[in-house]
Design a protein around this ligand. Structure first.
Ligand SMILES: [Zn+2]
Ligand SMILES: [Zn+2]
Length: 569
């Protein structure tokens, strides 16, 4: 049990109480306790009962629930609620946009108790006819159901990274004499993973397989396994698992062929042969030797996608990729001034303690009222606090920024004199996400052409596995950034990773710089920088083309230089 899971289970119990019409006062008291716990800084797992009592809204029954969650991963009231709810209803509750009230109506009026029945009812138009639903809601439900179905069994890289690492450790201990490699999409650092794959070498497979089958975390699917593969699932996770086996002599070429994408394997190395054909010659004993033998520059695993990397390798043009240690500062972060969890001081001191030279604060702008956007007075107050902190924390520096909403017409969210008070501006779309590709692109291009825009934030607004981004013409957006000297963010939050890595090389080729931004809403959020670097590398990103590899003085000069070139209106 951990902090986040406790919060999730409390949230589920609230949803179920609403679904089953329990006492509204009780629901409200649970909700207020949950809100306080979510806002709080401390890990629930580390709080004693006495400390929990101090938290606003946390009463006796919540404490009992938490105690029980900590020791048994559930609590009696939750068990009772789950017991009287069909499994399908629990699934429907997870669908975006359908709260317990609506789910209850669907259940009572149409007898819907599964996602399958819900889809049928939508397709036959029954859902639209219910009071309070309508065509639009029905269409959204269909889209969300389809999206959910297409994402079943898929995981964010960041969410299964630990599972795969600990499995790898376990296998190493079980099979100390075998060579072992993580292959497949995970080896290429794909943003979404639908299968964990391992390659194991041994000249005697029978005992190896027998030992693997002792892994407690795996349930095996022997009907879909073969002489050279074992398949199964990681227990508790809907994550497919495949073990590939090979002889010791075949390990190097099997590793290369199991970790590359199909498109990479089909790429031509010379007029006659593709990567796959070269691999099949098996005339090498290490990855390095394979590339040297075929007069190719070494291609790092994350680039083996068939995105032109073989051509680049032939011409010795694969650049040195960005590394974590190249990053000198962290831009695009939130504080308690808007919807962040930690104060400006906490965000700054923690950033400094991690060894970074600067922090760029960009809280939400005034239109983002749902996220506590700053009115002009609050902007001035925050900037005064930044000045004071900068004196205290020097040479560490906080740069004054804002994440300005891009309004529907593409304009930024403050009058010019306020825009001029910032060192840098991240311009992002957060509302009216349903524009068609032309309008959405025009809107972005208009924001990019605003001389105050420094960085384009999360260009498509996508949330991987949760929500498609709004459609944009990437080429037109990147070209506009090139024309107006605007940097594009690679939002490092594992849910976003937006700009998509597939567009990074095009952006660099147009001379557009990228910035690895965690969009941190709490101190821990800085840890996401690592996923930004991973995905940046996957797109071929270099140190030179990354804005926040500039040191404090360089980036101060960069921001100042950009502002100097703004024409006086
Ligand atoms: Zn944003
Ligand atoms: Zn943000």
């Amino acid at each position: 049990m951990d902090h986040k899971t406790i919060l999730k289970k409390l949230k589920l119990s609230i949803q179920l109480m609403e679904l089953h019409d329990e006492n509204p006062f009780k629901i409200r008291s649970y909700q207020s306790a949950l809100t306080s716990l979510e806002r709080g800084d401390q890990d629930i797992m580390h709080l004693s009962d006495a400390e929990l009592t101090q938290i606003n809204g946390v009463g006796k029954s919540i404490i009992e629930a938490i105690q029980s969650l900590k020791s048994t991963e559930t609590f009696p009231a939750l068990d009772l609620l789950i017991g009287k709810t069909p499994t399908g209803i629990l699934e429907i509750l997870q669908i975006k946009g359908l709260g317990p009230k609506k789910v209850k109506i669907l259940w009572e009026e149409l007898g819907i108790t599964s996602t399958h029945e819900l889809m049928e009812a939508c397709q036959s138009g029954k859902v639209a006819k219910i009071k309070g639903f309508g065509e639009k809601t029905q269409e959204t439900i269909i889209q969300n159901l389809e999206f959910k179905a297409s994402n079943a069994g898929k995981w964010l890289y960041a969410d299964i990274e630990e599972t795969i690492a600990s499995l790898e450790m376990e296998i190493k201990q079980l099979l100390p004499d075998c060579e072992l490699a993580v292959v497949g999409d995970f080896a290429r650092k794909m943003e979404i993973i639908s299968q964990a794959e391992f390659l194991i070498s041994s000249d005697d497979l029978i005992p190896v397989k027998a030992r693997l089958k002792t892994l407690e975390s795996v349930s095996w699917d022997l009907t879909n396994s073969g002489p050279k593969t074992l398949r199964g699932k990681v227990r508790d996770l809907d994550l497919s698992l495949t073990f590939h086996f090979c002889s010791k002599g075949d390990f190097a070429w099997k590793k290369l062929s199991h970790s590359a994408s199909k498109a990479h394997l089909l790429s031509l190395v010379d007029e006659n042969e593709s990567v796959a054909e070269k691999l099949n010659k098996k005339d090498f004993s290490s990855e390095e030797e394979f590339f040297t033998k075929n007069q190719l520059q070494f291609i790092p695993a994350e680039l083996r996608e068939g995105f032109g990397e073989v051509e680049l390798a032939k011409e010795n043009k694969i650049p040195e990729l960005l590394q974590d240690s190249d990053l000198k500062g962290i831009l695009h972060n939130h504080s308690t001034y808007s919807d962040g969890k930690h104060s400006l001081r906490q965000m700054a001191e923690y950033c400094k303690s991690l060894g970074y030279e600067y922090l760029g604060i960009s809280d939400h702008s005034r239109t983002a009222s749902y996220a506590g956007g700053l009115d002009i007075e609050q902007v001035m107050k925050q900037q005064a606090e930044i000045d004071a902190l900068n004196k205290e924390l020097a040479p560490f520096k906080i740069f004054k920024g804002i994440e300005s909403d891009i309004l529907g017409d593409g304009s930024l969210d403050y009058p010019t004199e306020v825009l001029a008070s910032f060192d840098f501006i991240v311009a992002s779309v957060h509302s009216i996400l349903n524009m068609d590709v032309r309008r959405a692109t025009d809107r972005l291009v208009r924001a990019i052409s605003n001389p105050y825009t420094t960085i384009l934030g999360h260009p498509t607004g996508r949330l991987l596995l949760r929500r498609e981004g709004y459609p944009i013409d990437h080429r037109a957006v990147i070209d506009a950034c090139a024309a107006h000297n605007v940097v594009i963010e690679i939002n490092a939050n594992p849910w976003r990773l937006d700009l998509d890595w597939r567009w990074i090389r095009y952006a660099m080729d147009q001379g557009v710089k990228l910035s690895i931004n965690p969009d941190a809403h709490e101190m821990d959020g800085y840890a996401d920088m690592k996923y930004g670097v991973l995905i940046g590398r996957k797109g071929g990103l270099t140190k030179e083309m990354t804005l926040n590899t500039l040191n404090r003085e360089e980036i101060a000069a960069y921001f100042a230089g950009r502002k100097e070139r703004i024409p006086v209106m």
